[in-house]
Structures are given as structure tokens and as C-alpha cells.
Design a protein around this ligand. Structure first.
Ligand code: AMP
Ligand code: MG
Length: 492
């Protein structure tokens, strides 16, 4: 008889070492998850468990639902809610984990450190008027999109499990409650620095800088001015991250400074979405009335957020404020150029270019402009570019064909043969993305009809986004007329 799964999470291989909980009390508040009525495990990420070096079989023993809702604690966990602030749509607020509880930091067998966090685990001292809970739909959404981003090769927090609580949450409607187990390099945000800056607590800023450098930028730990090294490291990662978002058509939706992680991971999947038709002005979030976080504005918003980080770090940059500000500005001035470099590299990959020519950026821009004018599908157009392909928008064939001739001539001026070019293009242009109408249909089936099959199938498709083989037509093709989803909801 096979051994029965162990109910002991210790045997599963959790190894906690909670460096954030060891920081002074100003950084966090100790708090336990609030027990829930009827825990039930809905999704579990076996592959991620293996990556973490925890035994998935032991982990999904009979006590798994209780562990993944916070009813039972993990050995070695020291639950805390983290303190932070954040500029939300431009306005600074004191926030903190109002519904997430950091259980601690797991160390993998290869020595990597990951935060294990329960999102929706009950109220904390930072909850303000919130209930500390999360609804099933949004937690399934975060699981799905974060895992899709990971498979696309984009730095992101990950999702280990979703468990329902057996308790309702009250929003505009009554919804089933759920807890997401989130795995992250850390949950240190731009807003964490803003929190201490707002309190004029320079000593905590210094500690946080040291802690963040140690965790995410060990090579910069010995920088002459550590805070400057940190700022530069964060800028590098954000330039690369935002270029990767644009490469796949991702719109974060709420790029508040509390939702920008210093690790360079994409964090906090709320009303995020992927563009179907290419449109820099695309906004999906129902709360983003001004289009502040539109698809094409994300690089500017990243600059704005980095300026808030720089401001928070001013006391650590130089003893003279004027010199500190000069130093920060000099660094920030380079962000746009760095981003442009990353973005043009991504575009060169998308067009299959190996060599560099001065006209490359214009070639890419002209295709994007054509797509914008015609409403062509971003993913489908790039994935199906071919020297002999017919136009993806028959009404506007002539300008496309002219562009295609320029592109083909450009490909002829580099030595690589077509199969090599195509391989490069297929590695930069996903065949499938989590198309909004398909995501919504899968979430509706899961939450309204208790049918997890569409979501399960979608998760499988999205683990191989660059592979067109065996993918369903609804993911490969643009949404049929009338089906695109134009609005997404924060759905807290
Ligand atoms: P988010 O929109 O998830 O980035 O959250 C923004 C802030 O609101 C964070 O401080 C959250 O902890 C807090 N928050 C969001 N939803 C809730 C809730 N249901 N209860 C308490 N706090 C919440
Ligand atoms: Mg957030």
C-alpha cells in the first residue's frame, strides 16, 4: 500500500527564516490569520511547490485546506502584517497589509528566499474599514494571471494555492470568500519606503535600504552610497519589467506606488488585463477614470513612481538635501533612455531582427501605428508576421503590404535565414495570452457554476504560451466581434 500523505507540513519541507519579522516593530504588526468556517482547497500549484523544494504530496494532505486558509499554522511561521504607505492615483495614504498576512520567508534547498503570504486571511490593524477578506473570483484571477506571466518569462509573484473559506464576503454582491497563498521574492514596495519617509524616520529608512539591498541587490550592498545603488538597481529592473509588459500587451491597471515591488516582480493583480487590439490608450480598470494607468502610459507612471522612491531616499543620498536631490535627479533622468533601450530590444525580438540599423525603431513604430489605426490584434499580428502573409486587416491591406515589403527587405539585409528569424520571433511573440473574454468565461464558470474545468484547461494552455500547437482557437485568435471585455474590476 502506498504511504498515506503526511498531514505534517514539517515533512513537506518548509524551512522558515523570517528576516522581515526580525526588523524593528515599526516595520510590522504581529497578527494571526482569523480562522474560517469551512476551508476547502480549490487550486494547488504542484510545479511551484516543487520549485520551492516542498513536497507537493505531503503538502496536499488532509490538513492542506486548513493550512492554506490560515486555520492551521506552518511550523516556523511568524505571521505579521507589513506597514507601508502608497500613492494611490497620485495621493499618498498610510496603508499596510489590510487583508494579507506574511507567514514568513521560506528558504529553498538551493538557498533562495521567498515570502509566503496569505491574501484574504482576515483583518489586521491596517484594515481600516475593510473586512480583511478576499472573494474567490479575484483570487482565482490573480492565480491565473500571475502563473501566465511567469510562463511568459516575466518576473512576477506566484500563486501556490487558492482555498475557499466557506464564508461569504460582502461587496456589491455577496460572494464566496477565498484565500490566496502568494509567493514573492519579497513584498517590499516603493510605498514601504514612503511610509518611513512620511514619518521622518531616517533610521528605519536606512535599515530598510540595507535589508532590501541584502535581499535583492547583494552586489550593490557595498555601493559608496547604498541608497543610490538601490535606486539604480530598482530602476534597471523596472525598465526591463515594463518593457516586458508592453511586449505581451499587459496592462497592470493599478500602478500605485504600493503596488510596485522593489524586487522587480509584477505584483498585485487586480483589474489587470491584456490588450487584444493594439491601443496605447487602453484602460480596463473600472476605477481608472482618467486613464492614468493606460497601457501606453505605464513607462511614464514607472518614472513617476521611481521619483517617489527617490524622494523617500533623499535623507540617505547626501547630508545636504540639495546635493541629494541633484544626485537622485541625475539618476532618474536616465530612466526613459534605459526603458527605450529595453523596449526597442523587445521590439527587435518581435520583428526577428538580429542586427541593428538606424531605421529599426521607425520600422517597429510604423507597424504599431498601423495596428492602432486598424484595430488589429496585437498578439495575433505579431505572431503571424511572415514575409508572404496576407494582411491581418483586409480593409487596410495597402499600408500593411508596403510595411511588409520594408520589413522583408530589412530581413534580407541580415545574414540569418528565415527559420532562425522565425525562431527568434516565436520566442518573443506569444501565441497565446490570457485573453480577457476567455479569462472572464473561465472565472464565471468557476464562481457561478462551480465548474473548474475551463479554468484548469486555460491554466494548462497558458503554461506554454509560445507554443501554438494544440492551443484552442479562442486563445489563438482575436475575440469575435462583440466579445472583447472592456472593463475589469478591482473586485477586492
Ligand atoms: P490593493 O488594491 O489590493 O492593492 O489594496 C490596497 C490597500 O487596501 C492595501 O492596504 C490593502 O491591504 C487594503 N485592502 C484592500 N482590500 C481590503 C479588504 N477587503 N480589507 C482590508 N483592507 C483591504
Ligand atoms: Mg496592493
Amino acid at each position: 500500500m502506498p504511504p498515506s500523505p503526511s498531514p505534517d507540513p514539517l515533512i513537506a519541507g518548509w524551512r522558515f527564516d523570517n528576516s522581515y519579522a526580525r526588523l524593528p516593530d515599526a516595520f510590522h504588526t504581529r497578527v494571526q490569520p482569523t480562522p474560517v468556517a469551512e476551508p476547502f482547497l480549490v487550486l494547488f500549484n504542484r510545479t511551484l511547490a516543487e520549485t520551492l523544494g516542498v513536497d507537493p504530496v505531503a503538502l496536499v494532505g488532509p490538513t492542506a485546506p486548513a493550512h492554506f486558509t490560515g486555520n492551521l499554522s506552518f511550523p516556523g511561521a511568524e505571521p505579521i502584517a507589513q506597514a507601508y504607505a502608497g500613492h494611490q492615483f497620485g495621493h499618498l495614504s498610510r496603508l499596510g497589509d489590510g487583508r494579507a498576512i506574511l507567514l514568513g520567508e521560506h528558504i529553498t534547498p538551493t538557498g533562495e528566499r521567498f515570502d509566503v503570504q496569505l491574501k484574504g486571511a482576515g483583518p489586521t490593524p491596517y484594515s481600516r474599514s475593510g473586512d480583511g477578506r478576499a472573494a474567490l473570483g479575484p483570487m482565482l484571477r490573480e492565480y491565473l494571471i500571475s502563473e501566465a506571466m511567469h510562463a511568459l518569462g516575466i518576473p512576477t509573484t506566484r500563486s501556490l494555492a487558492v482555498a475557499t473559506t466557506g464564508e461569504p464576503v460582502f461587496r456589491e454582491q455577496t460572494l464566496p470568500g477565498a484565500v490566496l497563498t502568494r509567493i514573492a521574492a519579497s513584498h517590499i514596495r516603493v510605498g514601504t519606503f514612503e511610509y518611513f519617509a512620511a514619518l521622518d524616520d531616517t533610521e528605519s529608512l536606512r535599515l530598510l535600504t540595507e535589508h532590501t539591498l541584502g535581499r535583492h541587490f547583494p552586489d550593490r550592498k557595498d555601493s559608496e552610497t547604498p541608497a543610490l545603488g538601490l535606486l539604480e538597481g530598482v530602476m534597471e529592473r523596472q525598465a526591463s519589467l515594463i518593457a516586458q509588459w508592453l511586449r505581451v500587451g499587459f496592462v497592470h491597471g493599478v500602478m500605485n506606488t504600493d503596488n510596485m515591488a522593489l524586487s522587480g516582480e509584477t505584483i498585485d493583480y487586480g483589474p489587470c488585463a491584456f490588450v487584444d487590439a493594439y491601443n496605447p490608450a487602453a484602460v480596463f480598470s473600472s476605477i481608472d477614470h482618467q486613464g492614468r494607468y493606460a497601457f501606453g502610459r505605464q513607462p511614464q507612471i514607472a518614472t513617476w513612481n521611481l521619483a517617489r522612491l527617490a524622494e523617500a531616499l533623499v535623507p540617505l543620498l547626501h547630508s545636504k538635501t540639495e546635493t541629494a536631490v541633484e544626485r537622485a535627479n541625475a539618476l532618474l533622468a536616465g530612466f526613459t533612455e534605459r526603458f527605450q533601450r529595453e523596449w526597442h530590444n523587445a521590439l527587435r525580438g518581435k520583428l526577428g531582427l538580429f542586427t541593428t540599423e538606424p531605421g529599426d525603431a521607425a520600422l517597429a513604430d510604423d507597424l504599431l501605428r498601423w495596428m492602432q489605426n486598424t484595430g488589429a490584434d496585437y498578439t495575433h499580428t505579431f505572431r503571424n508576421l511572415h514575409p508572404q502573409a496576407s494582411t491581418p486587416a483586409p480593409d487596410c491591406a495597402a499600408p500593411f503590404e508596403l510595411w511588409q515589403q520594408r520589413w522583408t527587405a530589412r530581413l534580407d539585409r541580415q545574414p540569418q535565414p528565415w527559420p532562425e528569424v522565425q525562431r527568434r520571433m516565436q520566442a518573443h511573440n506569444p501565441a497565446v495570452i490570457p485573453r480577457n473574454h476567455v479569462v472572464e468565461a473561465a472565472l464565471t464558470a468557476a464562481t457561478a457554476a462551480n465548474d473548474l474545468d475551463p479554468l484548469g484547461r486555460l491554466l494548462i494552455s497558458l503554461t506554454k504560451p509560445y507554443d501554438a500547437a494544440d492551443q484552442p482557437a479562442e486563445l489563438l485568435n482575436p475575440p469575435p466581434p462583440g466579445t472583447p471585455v472592456c472593463r475589469t474590476f478591482c473586485g477586492t
